[in-house]
Write a protein that binds this ligand. Structure first.
Ligand code: AHR
Length: 493
């Protein structure tokens, strides 16, 4: 198989917003308890945060973390999670049928994010929660002092405001599974009134209105149109959620990014229709704040355990290639997708996996995310791709290579991410005609003989990228060999 990618400095799509490299921690399974927080663990710090996990979160390069849900948030009373820990209430948590001890709440999460060097994307409860309670949470977190809620934060040990600027207005409110699910008109009105209260308290907030839980929802895209008509003035983003799983056809699964791209374009088109209808000058941005591979059919809830081991998917090389393909799609949509979250971060459908009381592991999906988060910053250039194409069961013929190119002007570095979804090795010609001569710095390759291979505690490095040091002289075009079924990062300066 063969392909050519032509990259030109002038074919700019947009600058990458660092927040597309976000992730997600929900009070679900072992994401918080024995994931990021485990007092008594040999690596726990004075606040009970696992430093081995903190190190990997930084290595992953996560820029913003969504919290506390997810489905969890729609039944959560945030006040349960503040104040002296010995007085916090144990609750029945209805979305995942678990016992929530509330040992960890918003103050702990903000402290954890500071240590992880990441920002906070908080969510308010628009299921059982009221607009007033959402406003109280913003006052608690962001108001400097001199009011009931801000003084309570100070009393509980945080003199300085948390200054959380990004907030989700509920979660998946279109889904019948959601605690206190709403119809689109009802959610639209509730989200708008909540947004008004939140922005009156802190006008600098960026608010994410809950879009459809996926393109397969019967109410998509009417839901998105309706809620945007109510909230267009107050909202800054609309959310998208989408998970993929292998239904037994590897080639079809590998092409999942095509569906993700279509979903993004449909939501952008819907938002642009509303923009025209409400005569707005503002363009609505997209927050793809739940995306991943998730083997949903395997979910078996275990009521009423504390931090049960649920949704602990173990990812294969193939899953990592699919995640890599989706990262490329997010980058190529940088003009509209300005925030995103790989769902989730630790233990629960996550790139980082822990043993309770023990070790921590990088899953296969850790690697494409880390490479993109570290090197995928700058201006996205539109790659012109020519070459062999292939269709799959669900998708029409499309190039066998899927690619995003990012030019970091400050460092004068060009990074090319390429997925080769062909079962054959591929000969790739890269044509950087407008760049003059470039040096080929490195080629990182994620591939392997067994697409089903996973990392585990006995073989933590079974799947990891290998590096090839190129020997090419400086040039404006390069010929590169891509192995079969591989995800590649190529860097030039
Ligand atoms: O990420 C797991 C769950 O998936 C989230 O709680 C929910 O928002 C989505 O359905």
């Amino acid at each position: 198989a063969k392909a050519t990618i032509i990259v030109d400095k002038d074919y700019r799509i947009a600058s990458v917003d660092k927040n597309i490299y976000g992730s997600f921690i929900e009070h679900l399974g072992r994401a918080v308890y024995s994931g990021i927080y485990e007092p008594g663990h040999p690596n726990a710090d004075e606040q009970g945060f696992r430093t081995d996990v903190l190190e990997l979160v930084q290595e992953l390069g996560v820029k913003i973390v969504r919290y506390p849900g997810g489905n969890f948030v729609s039944g959560y009373n945030w006040v349960d999670g503040i104040g002296p820990k010995d007085q916090r209430k144990r609750r029945l948590e209805l979305s995942w049928k678990s016992i929530e001890t509330n040992e960890f709440g918003i103050d702990e999460f903000v402290d954890w994010c500071r240590k992880a060097q990441t920002e906070v994307m908080a969510a308010v409860n628009l299921g059982t929660g009221t607009p007033q309670e959402a406003g109280n949470l913003v006052e608690y977190c962001n108001h400097p002092s001199g009011s009931y809620w801000s003084d309570l934060r100070i009393k509980y040990g945080h003199q300085k405001p948390h200054n959380i600027k990004v907030w989700c207005l509920g979660n998946e409110m279109d889904g019948p599974w959601q605690i206190c699910h709403l119809e689109a008109d009802d959610y639209g009105k509730k989200a708008r009134e909540t947004a008004k209260i939140m922005k009156w308290i802190d006008p600098d907030l960026k608010l994410v209105v809950a879009g459809s839980s996926g393109p397969g929802m019967p109410t998509f895209p009417e839901w998105d149109r309706t809620v945007l008509e109510y909230t267009y003035e107050q909202a800054d983003f609309i959310s998208l959620h989408r998970y993929y799983e292998n239904l037994g056809d590897n080639d079809d699964f590998l092409a999942s990014y095509i569906d993700m791209d279509r979903f993004i374009r449909s939501v952008a088109a819907t938002a642009d229709y509303v923009k025209a209808k409400v005569r707005s000058k503002k363009t609505m941005m997209l927050s793809f704040d739940e995306w991943n591979v998730w083997y949903m059919k395997q979910v078996k809830l275990q009521p009423w355990e504390q931090a049960p081991a649920i949704l602990e998917d173990r990812y294969s090389l193939l899953d990592a290639l699919v995640v890599g393909g989706m990262l490329i799609t997010l980058i190529n949509n940088a003009d509209r997708v300005q925030m995103a979250a790989l769902a989730q971060l630790v233990n629960v459908i996550a790139p980082i996996f822990t043993e309770k009381g023990g070790r921590v592991l990088r899953q296969t999906t850790f690697y494409p995310f880390a490479m993109a988060a570290h090197y995928g910053m700058g201006t996205v250039l539109h790659p012109l791709i020519r070459g062999d194409q292939q269709g799959t069961k669900s998708y029409d013929a499309a190039p066998l290579v899927h690619s995003a190119t990012v030019y970091n002007e400050e460092k004068a570095e060009l990074t090319v991410f390429v997925l080769n979804r062909s079962k054959e090795p591929l000969h790739l010609d890269l044509d950087f005609r407008s760049f003059g001569k470039l040096s080929f710095l490195e080629h990182q390759i994620l591939d392997g003989p067994d697409l089903n291979a996973c990392n585990d505690f006995e073989h933590p490095d079974r799947v990891k990228p290998r590096q090839v040091t190129p020997k090419d002289a400086a040039a404006s075009s390069f010929a590169v060999h891509l192995s079969a079924y591989s995800w590649n990062m190529l860097r030039f300066r």
